[in-house]
Write a protein that binds this ligand. Structure first.
Ligand code: FES
Length: 274
């Protein structure tokens, strides 16, 4: 069993939990994920690691309670335990000294997994800029944490309630317009956002990495549930990813698989709520 050390609601339906998982924390690296199961009957939930502390054995997860299983997780409190917490899974982010600026782009709760990447890239000697997108100011997360590990933070809100009015792609364009020499962008968030970033950077020739979080079952490359098309190859997000070259991802295929899953999830949620 894995103990929940801390639980906070960061914005409506968005929760942060510190989980006591020393063996996972010891090996965790930026870009990797875990798969958890609340109880015997629970579905496996894959979540990208938002932070880890090897000393205290703590892993930070951030999730949105939108489906049956995440709602069950959100119902737990500090002091409760969860049954399984497997990881770290997937390949870590490539951390290197770049010839230019590193930009992390996080949308919604996708901001959380960009945090350890930003920190690791900063520690590798890079200039790091974070672009954080949220619908409105009150659902923006981890701004102070991000400021502490980057050179600059640009916030965008859809409604202009804070920072730049518009989308994360507007902030990317603003950096390009001011002559920022961007060597790499790593974008994590809703699939549609990652697609927009990849579309915007393709012609600009900026290397763009995205972190995919498709349906995962075993998380070990055995079930095929997480398959994605990258260029003309089929890859498994859980073992070959979760990070891929954003310019090669078949986002259309990924979105249609997600739609199929959402319909199934709606039925499950209904089941839990009644
Ligand atoms: Fe089963 Fe990736 S989750 S193969």
């Amino acid at each position: 069993m894995f103990k929940i050390l801390r639980k906070e609601e960061w914005s409506p339906n968005v929760y942060a939990m510190d989980i006591e998982a020393p063996r996972v924390a010891k090996k965790a690296q930026a870009g990797q994920f875990i798969v958890l199961r609340v109880n015997e009957e629970g579905e496996r939930i894959p979540l990208t690691i938002a932070d880890f502390d090897r000393e205290t054995g703590r892993i930070l997860i951030v999730f949105q309670a939108i489906g049956a299983s995440t709602m069950e997780l959100a119902a737990l409190e500090a002091g409760d335990s969860i049954l399984d917490f497997v990881g770290p899974l997937g390949r870590p982010s490539e951390i290197a000294k770049l010839d230019g600026t590193m930009v992390v782009v996080g949308g919604g709760i996708g901001v959380a997994p960009t945090y350890p990447i930003a920190r690791a890239m900063k520690e590798a000697g890079n200039k790091v800029i974070a672009i954080m997108g949220a619908k409105t100011k009150d659902i923006l997360i981890m701004e102070d944490e991000m400021k502490a590990v980057t050179d600059e933070v640009l916030v965008t809100t859809d409604d202009g309630s804070y920072g730049i009015k518009g989308f994360v792609t507007n902030a990317v364009q603003a950096l390009v317009d001011r002559g920022e020499k961007i060597a790499q962008i790593t974008a994590i968030g809703p699939v549609i956002m990652m697609k927009s970033v990849a579309d915007a950077t393709r012609d600009l020739g900026i290397h763009t990495v995205v972190s995919l979080n498709p349906i995962m079952v075993d998380g070990t490359g055995m079930c095929g549930g997480c398959r994605v098309t990258i260029g003309d190859e089929t890859k498994f997000a859980c073992v070959d990813g979760p990070e891929f070259d954003g310019h090669l991802v078949d986002f259309k295929g990924l979105m249609s698989r997600q739609r199929m899953y959402r319909d199934k999830e709606a039925v499950e949620k209904d089941h839990v709520c009644h």
